[in-house]
Write a new protein. Structure first.
Length: 323
Protein backbone atom coordinates (compact mmCIF):
# COMPACT_ATOMS: atom_id res chain seq x y z
CA UNK A 1 0.00 0.00 0.00
CA UNK A 2 1.27 3.42 -0.91
CA UNK A 3 0.18 6.77 0.42
CA UNK A 4 -2.02 8.61 -2.04
CA UNK A 5 0.30 10.84 -4.05
CA UNK A 6 -0.50 14.53 -4.24
CA UNK A 7 0.16 15.93 -7.71
CA UNK A 8 -0.50 19.51 -6.68
CA UNK A 9 -0.19 21.44 -3.45
CA UNK A 10 -3.95 22.13 -3.44
CA UNK A 11 -4.78 18.43 -2.98
CA UNK A 12 -2.86 18.06 0.29
CA UNK A 13 -5.88 18.13 2.64
CA UNK A 14 -7.74 15.52 0.61
CA UNK A 15 -4.61 13.39 0.39
CA UNK A 16 -4.18 13.54 4.17
CA UNK A 17 -7.67 12.16 4.77
CA UNK A 18 -7.28 9.42 2.17
CA UNK A 19 -3.83 8.44 3.45
CA UNK A 20 -5.07 8.11 7.05
CA UNK A 21 -7.99 5.94 5.94
CA UNK A 22 -5.66 3.74 3.88
CA UNK A 23 -3.31 3.22 6.82
CA UNK A 24 -6.20 2.20 9.07
CA UNK A 25 -7.01 -0.70 6.76
CA UNK A 26 -3.43 -1.88 6.16
CA UNK A 27 -0.71 -3.67 8.13
CA UNK A 28 0.89 -0.85 10.07
CA UNK A 29 3.31 -0.54 12.94
CA UNK A 30 1.78 2.02 15.30
CA UNK A 31 4.28 3.97 17.40
CA UNK A 32 3.60 5.15 20.92
CA UNK A 33 5.21 8.03 22.78
CA UNK A 34 9.00 7.78 22.48
CA UNK A 35 8.75 4.54 20.49
CA UNK A 36 10.98 3.68 17.52
CA UNK A 37 9.91 1.81 14.40
CA UNK A 38 12.17 -0.37 12.25
CA UNK A 39 10.51 -2.55 9.62
CA UNK A 40 11.10 -4.05 6.19
CA UNK A 41 7.72 -3.83 4.48
CA UNK A 42 5.17 -2.67 7.06
CA UNK A 43 3.92 0.88 7.13
CA UNK A 44 4.68 3.04 10.17
CA UNK A 45 1.96 5.18 11.73
CA UNK A 46 2.42 7.86 14.39
CA UNK A 47 -1.05 8.72 15.75
CA UNK A 48 -2.26 12.29 16.14
CA UNK A 49 -0.47 14.23 18.87
CA UNK A 50 2.04 11.44 19.69
CA UNK A 51 5.75 12.32 20.00
CA UNK A 52 7.53 9.19 18.71
CA UNK A 53 11.19 8.37 18.14
CA UNK A 54 12.69 7.34 14.80
CA UNK A 55 10.87 5.64 11.91
CA UNK A 56 12.88 3.40 9.57
CA UNK A 57 11.22 1.35 6.81
CA UNK A 58 12.52 -0.29 3.65
CA UNK A 59 9.45 -0.43 1.39
CA UNK A 60 6.75 0.66 3.82
CA UNK A 61 5.32 4.16 4.02
CA UNK A 62 5.51 6.49 7.01
CA UNK A 63 2.56 8.64 8.12
CA UNK A 64 2.52 11.18 10.91
CA UNK A 65 -1.02 12.20 11.74
CA UNK A 66 -2.00 15.76 12.65
CA UNK A 67 0.23 17.22 15.38
CA UNK A 68 2.36 14.06 15.67
CA UNK A 69 6.16 14.15 15.70
CA UNK A 70 9.14 11.88 15.03
CA UNK A 71 12.89 12.28 15.10
CA UNK A 72 14.61 10.77 12.02
CA UNK A 73 12.48 9.29 9.22
CA UNK A 74 14.33 7.00 6.79
CA UNK A 75 12.87 4.87 3.98
CA UNK A 76 14.20 3.18 0.87
CA UNK A 77 11.15 3.24 -1.41
CA UNK A 78 8.38 4.15 1.01
CA UNK A 79 6.57 7.46 0.86
CA UNK A 80 6.62 9.90 3.78
CA UNK A 81 3.61 12.01 4.72
CA UNK A 82 3.45 14.57 7.52
CA UNK A 83 -0.12 15.65 8.16
CA UNK A 84 -1.09 19.15 9.27
CA UNK A 85 1.20 20.53 12.02
CA UNK A 86 3.22 17.29 12.22
CA UNK A 87 6.98 17.57 12.78
CA UNK A 88 10.14 15.57 12.12
CA UNK A 89 13.82 16.21 12.71
CA UNK A 90 14.89 15.03 9.23
CA UNK A 91 13.64 12.91 6.31
CA UNK A 92 15.76 10.68 4.06
CA UNK A 93 14.37 8.44 1.31
CA UNK A 94 15.78 6.88 -1.86
CA UNK A 95 12.77 6.72 -4.19
CA UNK A 96 9.86 7.69 -1.98
CA UNK A 97 7.88 10.90 -2.22
CA UNK A 98 7.81 13.34 0.70
CA UNK A 99 4.68 15.41 1.40
CA UNK A 100 4.16 17.92 4.20
CA UNK A 101 0.66 19.07 5.09
CA UNK A 102 -0.40 22.52 6.16
CA UNK A 103 2.03 24.06 8.68
CA UNK A 104 3.97 20.79 9.00
CA UNK A 105 7.68 21.11 9.71
CA UNK A 106 10.94 19.26 9.06
CA UNK A 107 13.57 20.94 11.22
CA UNK A 108 16.56 19.68 9.24
CA UNK A 109 17.15 18.30 5.76
CA UNK A 110 14.88 16.50 3.34
CA UNK A 111 17.04 14.21 1.17
CA UNK A 112 15.44 12.33 -1.73
CA UNK A 113 17.13 10.52 -4.61
CA UNK A 114 14.32 10.21 -7.15
CA UNK A 115 11.11 11.13 -5.36
CA UNK A 116 9.17 14.39 -5.33
CA UNK A 117 9.00 16.81 -2.38
CA UNK A 118 5.81 18.80 -1.72
CA UNK A 119 5.37 21.33 1.08
CA UNK A 120 1.81 22.40 1.84
CA UNK A 121 0.67 25.91 2.69
CA UNK A 122 2.71 27.32 5.56
CA UNK A 123 4.91 24.20 5.84
CA UNK A 124 8.67 24.54 6.40
CA UNK A 125 11.91 22.59 6.15
CA UNK A 126 15.66 22.95 6.06
CA UNK A 127 17.63 22.14 2.90
CA UNK A 128 15.79 20.10 0.24
CA UNK A 129 18.04 17.93 -1.94
CA UNK A 130 16.68 15.68 -4.71
CA UNK A 131 18.23 13.85 -7.62
CA UNK A 132 15.47 13.75 -10.22
CA UNK A 133 12.48 14.69 -8.12
CA UNK A 134 10.37 17.83 -8.41
CA UNK A 135 10.07 20.29 -5.52
CA UNK A 136 6.88 22.30 -4.88
CA UNK A 137 6.25 24.80 -2.08
CA UNK A 138 2.69 25.84 -1.26
CA UNK A 139 1.53 29.32 -0.37
CA UNK A 140 3.74 30.91 2.32
CA UNK A 141 5.80 27.74 2.73
CA UNK A 142 9.49 28.10 3.70
CA UNK A 143 12.70 26.15 3.15
CA UNK A 144 16.43 26.67 2.99
CA UNK A 145 18.39 25.91 -0.19
CA UNK A 146 16.91 23.65 -2.88
CA UNK A 147 19.18 21.40 -4.98
CA UNK A 148 17.81 19.12 -7.69
CA UNK A 149 19.32 17.41 -10.70
CA UNK A 150 16.56 17.17 -13.28
CA UNK A 151 13.56 18.10 -11.18
CA UNK A 152 11.61 21.34 -11.43
CA UNK A 153 11.19 23.81 -8.55
CA UNK A 154 7.91 25.69 -8.00
CA UNK A 155 7.18 28.28 -5.32
CA UNK A 156 3.54 29.29 -4.88
CA UNK A 157 2.38 32.74 -3.80
CA UNK A 158 4.36 34.12 -0.88
CA UNK A 159 6.63 31.07 -0.54
CA UNK A 160 10.30 31.58 0.32
CA UNK A 161 13.46 29.53 -0.25
CA UNK A 162 17.19 29.90 -0.10
CA UNK A 163 19.28 29.45 -3.23
CA UNK A 164 17.94 27.16 -5.98
CA UNK A 165 20.24 24.93 -8.05
CA UNK A 166 18.91 22.67 -10.81
CA UNK A 167 20.47 20.83 -13.73
CA UNK A 168 17.71 20.63 -16.33
CA UNK A 169 14.71 21.48 -14.20
CA UNK A 170 12.80 24.71 -14.60
CA UNK A 171 12.19 27.21 -11.78
CA UNK A 172 8.88 29.04 -11.29
CA UNK A 173 8.32 31.71 -8.62
CA UNK A 174 4.71 32.70 -8.03
CA UNK A 175 3.26 36.05 -6.99
CA UNK A 176 5.31 37.61 -4.15
CA UNK A 177 7.47 34.47 -3.84
CA UNK A 178 11.15 34.89 -2.91
CA UNK A 179 14.32 32.86 -3.36
CA UNK A 180 18.05 33.19 -3.13
CA UNK A 181 20.16 33.04 -6.29
CA UNK A 182 19.01 30.66 -9.04
CA UNK A 183 21.42 28.47 -11.04
CA UNK A 184 20.19 26.15 -13.81
CA UNK A 185 21.79 24.32 -16.70
CA UNK A 186 19.04 24.05 -19.30
CA UNK A 187 16.06 24.86 -17.10
CA UNK A 188 14.04 28.01 -17.71
CA UNK A 189 13.28 30.58 -14.98
CA UNK A 190 9.90 32.34 -14.70
CA UNK A 191 9.07 35.06 -12.15
CA UNK A 192 5.52 36.24 -11.54
CA UNK A 193 4.40 39.68 -10.34
CA UNK A 194 6.15 40.75 -7.17
CA UNK A 195 8.54 37.79 -7.12
CA UNK A 196 12.04 38.50 -5.85
CA UNK A 197 15.39 36.76 -6.40
CA UNK A 198 17.99 37.76 -3.82
CA UNK A 199 21.02 36.94 -5.90
CA UNK A 200 22.03 36.17 -9.50
CA UNK A 201 19.99 34.21 -12.03
CA UNK A 202 22.53 32.10 -13.95
CA UNK A 203 21.45 29.70 -16.71
CA UNK A 204 23.19 27.83 -19.49
CA UNK A 205 20.57 27.42 -22.22
CA UNK A 206 17.54 28.16 -20.09
CA UNK A 207 15.44 31.25 -20.73
CA UNK A 208 14.56 33.92 -18.15
CA UNK A 209 11.14 35.60 -18.08
CA UNK A 210 10.05 38.09 -15.42
CA UNK A 211 7.05 40.38 -15.06
CA UNK A 212 7.08 43.14 -12.41
CA UNK A 213 9.74 41.23 -10.46
CA UNK A 214 13.00 42.12 -8.68
CA UNK A 215 16.42 40.51 -9.17
CA UNK A 216 19.12 41.90 -6.93
CA UNK A 217 22.41 40.77 -8.49
CA UNK A 218 21.90 40.40 -12.23
CA UNK A 219 21.14 37.82 -14.92
CA UNK A 220 23.65 35.75 -16.90
CA UNK A 221 22.70 33.23 -19.60
CA UNK A 222 24.67 31.29 -22.17
CA UNK A 223 22.15 30.86 -24.98
CA UNK A 224 18.94 31.43 -23.06
CA UNK A 225 16.63 34.26 -24.10
CA UNK A 226 15.83 37.02 -21.59
CA UNK A 227 12.45 38.79 -21.44
CA UNK A 228 11.85 41.41 -18.76
CA UNK A 229 8.66 43.42 -18.34
CA UNK A 230 8.48 46.16 -15.69
CA UNK A 231 11.26 44.40 -13.79
CA UNK A 232 14.06 45.84 -11.66
CA UNK A 233 17.51 44.24 -11.93
CA UNK A 234 20.16 45.75 -9.68
CA UNK A 235 23.02 43.97 -11.46
CA UNK A 236 23.96 43.60 -15.14
CA UNK A 237 21.97 41.59 -17.71
CA UNK A 238 24.40 39.43 -19.71
CA UNK A 239 24.08 36.81 -22.44
CA UNK A 240 26.20 35.27 -25.18
CA UNK A 241 23.76 33.82 -27.72
CA UNK A 242 20.38 34.69 -26.27
CA UNK A 243 17.87 37.32 -27.42
CA UNK A 244 17.21 40.12 -24.91
CA UNK A 245 13.92 42.04 -24.82
CA UNK A 246 13.25 44.72 -22.21
CA UNK A 247 9.86 46.46 -22.03
CA UNK A 248 7.44 48.19 -19.65
CA UNK A 249 9.65 50.51 -17.58
CA UNK A 250 12.17 47.80 -16.83
CA UNK A 251 15.24 49.14 -15.04
CA UNK A 252 18.63 47.39 -15.10
CA UNK A 253 22.18 48.26 -14.09
CA UNK A 254 23.87 47.44 -17.42
CA UNK A 255 23.58 45.19 -20.46
CA UNK A 256 26.16 43.11 -22.33
CA UNK A 257 26.16 40.57 -25.13
CA UNK A 258 29.50 38.77 -24.97
CA UNK A 259 31.37 36.62 -27.45
CA UNK A 260 31.48 32.86 -27.01
CA UNK A 261 34.79 31.47 -25.82
CA UNK A 262 36.00 29.43 -28.80
CA UNK A 263 39.34 27.72 -28.94
CA UNK A 264 40.93 24.31 -28.55
CA UNK A 265 39.88 20.89 -29.82
CA UNK A 266 36.71 20.81 -27.73
CA UNK A 267 35.23 23.86 -29.51
CA UNK A 268 35.40 22.73 -33.14
CA UNK A 269 32.65 24.53 -35.05
CA UNK A 270 32.09 27.06 -32.30
CA UNK A 271 30.77 30.41 -33.51
CA UNK A 272 32.26 33.18 -31.40
CA UNK A 273 29.74 35.76 -32.59
CA UNK A 274 26.41 34.22 -33.64
CA UNK A 275 23.57 36.52 -34.67
CA UNK A 276 21.16 37.66 -31.98
CA UNK A 277 18.91 40.63 -31.19
CA UNK A 278 18.54 43.10 -28.33
CA UNK A 279 15.39 45.22 -27.96
CA UNK A 280 15.32 48.03 -25.39
CA UNK A 281 11.71 49.19 -25.41
CA UNK A 282 9.75 52.28 -24.43
CA UNK A 283 10.35 53.58 -20.90
CA UNK A 284 13.24 51.20 -20.19
CA UNK A 285 16.26 52.46 -18.22
CA UNK A 286 19.76 51.01 -18.49
CA UNK A 287 21.84 52.84 -15.91
CA UNK A 288 25.20 51.73 -17.24
CA UNK A 289 26.61 50.89 -20.64
CA UNK A 290 25.05 48.78 -23.39
CA UNK A 291 27.88 46.63 -24.72
CA UNK A 292 27.37 44.38 -27.75
CA UNK A 293 29.62 42.24 -29.91
CA UNK A 294 29.56 41.82 -33.72
CA UNK A 295 26.41 40.30 -35.29
CA UNK A 296 24.09 41.79 -32.66
CA UNK A 297 21.12 43.81 -33.92
CA UNK A 298 20.43 46.46 -31.30
CA UNK A 299 17.12 48.33 -31.17
CA UNK A 300 16.60 51.20 -28.70
CA UNK A 301 13.30 53.03 -28.34
CA UNK A 302 13.47 56.81 -28.53
CA UNK A 303 12.03 57.10 -25.00
CA UNK A 304 14.46 54.63 -23.43
CA UNK A 305 17.37 55.91 -21.35
CA UNK A 306 20.74 54.17 -21.50
CA UNK A 307 24.40 54.71 -20.79
CA UNK A 308 26.89 54.71 -23.66
CA UNK A 309 26.50 52.12 -26.44
CA UNK A 310 29.73 50.21 -27.01
CA UNK A 311 30.71 47.78 -29.76
CA UNK A 312 27.83 48.47 -32.10
CA UNK A 313 25.34 50.99 -33.49
CA UNK A 314 21.81 51.33 -32.13
CA UNK A 315 18.78 51.37 -34.42
CA UNK A 316 16.29 53.86 -32.98
CA UNK A 317 12.55 53.25 -33.22
CA UNK A 318 9.37 55.05 -32.12
CA UNK A 319 6.70 52.39 -32.62
CA UNK A 320 5.61 49.93 -29.92
CA UNK A 321 7.98 47.35 -31.38
CA UNK A 322 10.76 47.58 -33.96
CA UNK A 323 9.71 46.63 -37.48
Amino acid sequence: MNIIRCSTVRTLIACSLLATASFASANSMVLSKGGNGDTTSDNILVPAGVAAGGADSTSGDVLLEAGASATVIDTASGDVFLSDRAQARSVDTASGNVTLGRNARVQGRIDVASGDVTLGDGASSGVIDTGSGNVALGANARCNDVDTGSGSVTLAAGAMSGGIDTGSGGVNLGVQAQSGGIDTGSGSVTLATGARVNGVIDTGSGSVKAVAATITNGIDTGSGNIFLNATNVSGPVVTRNGRIELIGNTRIAALAVKSNECGGWFNVGCDANPRTTVVIGAGVTVLGSVTVRPNVTLYIHSSARTGPVQGGTAIRFDAERPE
